[in-house]
Design a protein around this ligand. Structure first.
Ligand code: CUK
Ligand code: CUA
Length: 861
């Protein structure tokens, strides 16, 4: 009675809301109310993804100062993940479990922990210049490092620290078949670790480019096979690898061929004045295939910090290093998809310069040079190497490509624009304003040999007035631009709240094949079986002196063991294996107040190590809301002092249940279990009748459900044995555990049923889906549940019980029928009157179509 009254009250509230809600239910109404133009609505329609719809492209963005990588989708611009790379990331347990700590350890510089990174340029593995979607590389500009992320689980698996470069920028750029990942220096510095005064700049300070060898079968960088090319101290900037006809070559910009050394504090003009004095800087052109051979012979390299550095002399002698003048202080260098041209963004010059690789190669072959720089590197005549230059505007930086031959998109930092132009015929085609001050841009696989185009992303450094203010530190702005038409159209602004994300790479979503779960007992950071994998029944605690090793498991909804007792001062390692096999059933393992956390996805084994240096009781628990019994997924760590004598605590006398009370409780739980089992059996029947095993994803769910169900037999036997012994208390507890397994079975089983129903249901007509929307927005589901009698009658079969006309009239004006005997009966039964939801005629007609669809699919509810 009480419950029904409550329902009636909430119904009245709902009805009141419904009246307000109907005010804005046509597109025109919403546009008017939200002050949207037709253009806005079209932009929204181009980016909106209905629930469950997947994105076409996946974007990997550097996370700037966060040291992470941001993963989001295009066109929806929904953020999917922040991948921990150079910095700890608690959700993923990155930097908290032992396995990921080992990865972060690799990123130490000269023994020092580096707890931040300036993650900069992400790059995919490539095959013939096309993205493969297997691994992602990203560099840390601040602390010269490079990381490898495995795209089969989106986890960072390796960090390499550059042994000679002190400051970098021109990485990560991948050669067309992922042979090497290029990492070029930024600020020249001595390559060894010694002190030299600035007066030794030209003699000792050097730039460099490291060629990190990538082992494709292992998915790791092979440090021993990697080497570096020494370069003059010209402040190298961005790089790119050649492809097609220019495969084997690499290109690096620079901005201080003046070799200016600053000294503002001594009254000298500052760096910015001296470094932009000359009209030209140099594009470095080098051949890594020749260098690779040079690095095999001792006479060509020096060993610095245990690492091979091929000298400028050796490279010049072998015809592997050249310079070409470029307009002063350029920024981006981008090789065209066909590998025939190299486009350099002017930055301080309003032009983009297009170099023709065939011309460069011919000049090199003819040894046609205009001179040598102070380090003996041959200089190629800029005029002879250029295909042409195009005036684009102020501050051209980076470029990206599309499938159309010769078409390129270039960012203009100062003008805050993207320019579309033709690099073959050298003319500007279109431009669009962005907000504000764009750095990099991307055009869907736009830096590969097979760009997809379709959308452009503008990575704006400033957002100024685009978003709700959140203090003086503004988010960055990633803008999505539709580039399918002759004019670029801005369609979405996304605030990025995580550092300055420099650059992105994008990939067709179907090229990524991430796994849903791990093979049981995987160390995700090595990809190999974890030596401490623990299966059900193998849980144990081992002690060797002061080292305690716990082999634990997690599965919905318990941690085994639930009590761990150690001595104060013990070094404790807990290896935790998730016994789950179901997709998205992740557990997190935390011990309160001990800074311990790990993320244990299905099948993963992760370890945490800590010193139990404080006496006390420390609860531990699961940090992911993994099931209805998630809060119960816990245990206690007891840390006792072995040198202390603990007094006996007087026990409280708690009231015990009587035999009769226990019997009653036991009967109750048996009845509950029986009822729950009936639900399970009906779901099983439904699934079997519908041939669930023909649908792999449903089959996986059912297998998981049956796994849970399979646990019941053992537990039930324990319950029965306890009952036989007369231990009602234990019998009740074990019966409760039976119920837990049943709930988990039903949980997954019902999910499988819902998904299968959706797959099998006949397609909805447009009218029926409008009707469903009207049903939901009208709040009808507050009282009606399809397929069930709830606080209102089941709508299945309602038309058969009456007629379409009747349903129409009743919905339009329920009160007109309150006196009909059928309705009277309903009002009596539910103690509720169907309220008037003020629906329009069209909506009611649509809803009737929806009800017909329900009737057609009645067996699925
Ligand atoms: S760089 Cu050009 S705007 Cu550090 Cu790739 Cu950022
Ligand atoms: Cu496992 Cu919550």
């Amino acid at each position: 009675m009480n419950f029904l009254k409550k329902c009636a009250v909430s119904l009245a509230v709902l009805a009141a809301f419904a009246v307000q809600a109907v005010a804005a239910d046509t597109l025109q109404d919403i546009m008017k109310e939200r002050n949207l133009s037709e253009k806005d609505v079209i932009a929204a329609a181009k980016t909106y993804q209905p629930s469950g719809r997947k994105d076409e492209y996946i974007v990997f963005s550097s996370g700037g100062q966060s040291g992470q990588v941001i993963v989001y989708g295009v066109p929806s611009m929904r953020i999917y993940k922040y991948i921990g790379v150079f910095t700890p990331e608690p959700w993923q347990g990155y930097g908290y479990d032992d396995e990921s700590k080992a990865v972060l350890e690799q990123g130490k510089i000269r023994g020092r922990d580096i707890t931040w990174g300036d993650s900069h340029h992400p790059a995919f593995t490539e095959k013939n210049g096309e993205y493969t979607g297997d691994y992602l590389f990203i560099n840390d500009k601040a602390n010269p490092r490079l990381a490898v992320i495995n795209l089969h689980d989106f986890e960072t698996v390796q960090i390499v620290t550059n042994p000679v470069i002190k400051s970098e920028h021109g990485g990560a750029f991948v050669t067309p078949n992922s042979e090497y990942v290029m990492e070029a220096s930024q600020y020249a510095a001595p390559l060894d670790n010694n002190y030299y005064p600035i007066e030794n700049y030209a003699d000792v300070f050097r730039g460099a480019v490291t060629l990190w060898k990538f082992d494709k079968t292992k998915g790791r960088i092979d440090v021993d096979k990697s080497f570096t090319l020494e370069l003059p101290p010209y402040m190298q900037d961005l790089s790119d690898a050649g492809k097609g006809p220019s495969d084997g070559w690499g290109f690096i910009n620079s901005f201080n061929s003046e070799m200016y050394t600053g000294g503002i504090e001594k009254g000298l003009p500052p760096f910015e004045a001296g470094m932009s004095r000359n009209d030209n800087d140099y594009l470095h052109v080098f051949n890594w295939k020749i260098l690779e051979k040079l690095a095999q012979d001792k006479k060509n390299y020096k060993v610095i910090n245990g690492h091979r550095v091929v000298t400028i002399d050796a490279a010049v002698k072998a015809g592997a290093l050249f310079l070409i003048p470029e307009p002063k202080s350029p920024h981006g260098v981008d090789v065209t998809p066909d590998g025939k041209y190299i486009v350099v963004g002017g930055k301080l010059d309003t032009h983009a310069s297009v170099y023709d690789f065939a011309k460069i190669k011919a000049l090199i072959d003819k040894k046609d040079f205009i001179g040598k720089d102070p380090y003996g590197i041959p200089i190629i005549d800029m005029k002879k190497a250029l295909h042409g230059q195009v005036e684009l505007g102020l501050g051209p930086l980076h470029s990206s490509f599309v499938p159309e031959d010769g078409i390129i998109y270039t960012s203009l930092y100062v003008d805050s624009q993207i320019v579309k132009w033709d690099y073959k015929n050298l003319k500007v085609l279109d431009r669009i304003n962005v907000h504000y001050n764009i750095g990099h841009l991307d055009t869907m696989e736009g830096k590969s040999s097979k760009p997809k185009g379709k959308y452009a992303l503008s990575l704006d450094k400033l957002s100024i007035d685009r978003f709700n203010p959140v203090g003086p530190l503004h988010p960055q702005n990633h803008q999505l631009i539709d580039i399918t038409g002759p004019k670029m159209e801005l369609i979405y602004d996304m605030p990025i709240p995580l550092g300055e994300p420099h650059d992105v790479v994008s990939i067709a979503a179907d090229k990524l094949k991430p796994q849903a779960t791990y093979d049981m007992g995987t160390n995700s950071r090595t990809g190999k079986p974890h030596p401490a994998v623990t299966l059900a029944g193998q849980e144990r605690v081992e002690r060797k002196g002061n080292n305690v090793t716990v082999y634990a498991t997690m599965v919905r909804s318990h941690i085994n063991p639930e009590h761990i007792t150690v001595n104060k001062g013990d070094k404790v390692t807990i290896h935790i294996t998730s016994l789950e096999r179901a997709q998205d059933e992740t557990h997190g393992f935390a011990i309160d107040a001990l800074n311990v956390h790990a993320s244990i996805e299905p099948g993963k084994t992760a370890s945490v190590t800590f010193v139990a240096d404080e006496e006390g009781v420390f609860p531990y628990y699961c940090t992911e809301f993994c099931s209805a019994l998630h809060l119960e997924m816990m245990g206690y760590l007891f840390v006792k002092d072995p040198n202390k004598k603990y007094e006996d605590i007087k026990k409280m006398s708690l009231q015990k249940l009587s035999k009769e009370q226990l019997e009653a409780e036991y009967k109750k739980i048996l009845a509950t279990n029986e009822a729950t089992d009936a639900v399970i059996q009906s779901v099983v029947k439904f699934l079997t009748d519908k041939g669930y095993d023909k649908y792999p994803e449903i089959k996986a769910l059912v297998t998981d459900a049956l796994n849970q169900y399979g646990n019941i037999k053992d537990v039930k036997a324990k319950a029965d044995a306890a009952y036989k012994k007369g231990d009602l208390d234990q019998a009740i507890l074990w019966e409760n555990q039976v119920w837990q397994y049943m709930v988990k079975t039903a949980d997954v089983g019902l999910r499988a049923k819902a998904r299968l129903s959706k797959m099998l249901a006949s397609p909805m007509s447009e009218a029926a889906s409008r009707g469903e929307a009207a049903y939901l927005t009208g709040g009808c589901n507050g009282c009606h549940v399809i397929g069930q009698v709830s606080s209102g009658p089941d709508l299945t079969g309602a038309i058969d019980r009456t007629s379409e006309q009747w349903v129409f009239e009743f919905t339009k004006n329920p009160a007109s029928k309150y006196d009909e005997p059928y309705v009277k009966e309903l009002i009596n039964y539910f103690n509720l009157r169907m309220p008037n939801q003020n629906m329009k005629d069209g909506e009611i007609k649509d809803m009737i179509e929806y009800m017909k669809w329900i009737d057609q699919n009645a067996d699925l509810f």
